[in-house]
Design a binder for this molecule. Structure first.
Ligand code: OSB
Ligand code: MG
Length: 375
């Protein structure tokens, strides 16, 4: 039984080692929302809300999530007994539209509480079978093709099993072609446009189609399925959807319409673990590969991504890079590391998420906190 007695919201500021540019914006310092959830059994867990600094990826931001958790999510769960964390999604879905990242932060924490109560690693509680997960890197838009080639070459030398190249009009075909030519025909390359194109750009996207990419992620609008289906009919490269897939129903729609052949699952984007598991299972039944996306999470959010990526149908490398790719120093111990073959270990030694927060460091980084108790 899970019965939350309190939620502490906290915003920390964590500077990235280098600014990260995608087609829709740039970020150099993360404003990260961390949660501490306390259960009536005495268990306290940490979770993370993946909403960004501005609404350029999804309509949510850390500020909207702060409001949504305080005003609408917390009152629905505080003091309410849940027999299973799988029941939380429905309670947060009923007559409550959107705010998936806000909901996910709480829902996922409740899975971690269940893991602690069951004495199981989170990965095993949710049915994960892997002991390590394959890792890729997401490279922001660079100044020049040469600068991109240098970064991509370094990433492959470090062991990364997938190199995702952010693209936008003006920084696309020449950049990706340079990487393909310099790194060779078998280098595991893909591109992510974060909605930078329309169907008027089919020629540009067709030029990418000739570069043997593993996939092209979310080329068209953030909430589009119909045009992606039209595009997929014209490309041999699989289209992978990210922004568009916010629920199991959207994953089914993608399959029905032929709008893509691969899904990037980010548990925050789809409202949490129940929804992620449902999408995972649907995709497994329909032979649609999935992989775990990233939102530049701290080591706390990363723990949930690693657990999720240990499920069997996560067959492509995830954007689940080690701590040092993002931060001078992470907020958890141990930090997340990757071996020379591009694998991250799934923590299986202890119950729960498998990392501890460095509370002194977090206190130093904290910009604001807010404690919510049952009214
Ligand atoms: O589109 O996958 C994306 C980061 C922020 C917002 C959107 C995206 C990303 C990434 C980062 O690609 C991946 C990572 O966390 O390493
Ligand atoms: Mg993406």
């Amino acid at each position: 039984m899970i019965t939350l007695t309190g939620i502490r919201l906290r915003e920390i500021r964590l500077p990235l080692r280098e600014p990260f540019q995608i087609s829709s914006g740039v970020v150099s310092e993360r404003r990260i929302l961390l949660l501490e959830l306390t259960d009536a059994s005495g268990v306290t867990v940490w979770s993370e809300c993946v909403a960004g600094e501005s609404p350029n990826y999804s309509p949510e931001t850390g500020d909207t999530a702060w409001l949504a958790i305080s005003e609408w999510v917390a009152p629905r769960v505080l003091g309410v007994p849940f027999a299973h964390p799988g029941d939380v999604h429905a309670a947060l879905d009923r007559d409550f539209r959107g705010h998936y990242m806000a909901k996910a932060a709480v829902e996922m924490g409740m899975w971690a509480i269940a893991a602690e109560q069951a004495g199981l690693p989170l990965a095993r509680l949710i049915g994960g079978t892997r002991t390590s997960i394959a890792t890729g890197i997401s490279l922001g838009i660079q100044r020049s093709p040469a600068a991109l080639v240098e970064k991509a070459r370094g990433a492959i030398a470090e062991g990364y099993r997938k190199v995702k190249i952010k693209i936008m009009p003006g920084s696309d075909v020449d950049f990706v072609r340079a990487a393909r030519e310099e790194l060779g025909p078998t280098a595991p390359l893909m591109a992510d446009a974060n909605n930078a194109y329309t169907l008027d750009d089919v020629d540009r996207l067709a030029a990418l189609d000739a570069l043997d990419l593993m996939m092209i992620e979310q080329p068209l609008a953030w909430d589009d399925l119909v045009r992606h289906a039209e595009l997929q009919r014209q490309l041999k490269t699989p289209v992978c959807l990210d922004e568009t897939i916010t629920s199991l129903d959207r994953a089914i729609d993608m399959h029905t319409l032929g709008a893509g052949r691969i899904i990037n699952i980010k548990p925050g984007r789809v409202g949490g673990f129940s929804s992620s598991l449902a999408i995972h299972d649907f995709c497994q039944q329909h032979e649609i590969p999935v992989w775990c996306g990233g939102m530049f999470e701290s080591g706390v959010g990363r723990a949930y991504n690693v657990a999720l990526a240990s499920l069997p149908n996560f067959t492509k490398p995830g954007d689940v890079s080690p701590s040092a790719r993002y931060w001078e120093r992470d907020v958890v111990t141990p930090e997340w590391t990757m071996d020379a073959t591009g694998m991250v270990q799934v923590p299986l030694r202890e119950p729960g998420i498998g990392v501890a927060v460095d509370i002194d460091r977090i206190e130093n980084l904290t910009a604001r906190t807010h404690v919510i108790r049952r009214k």
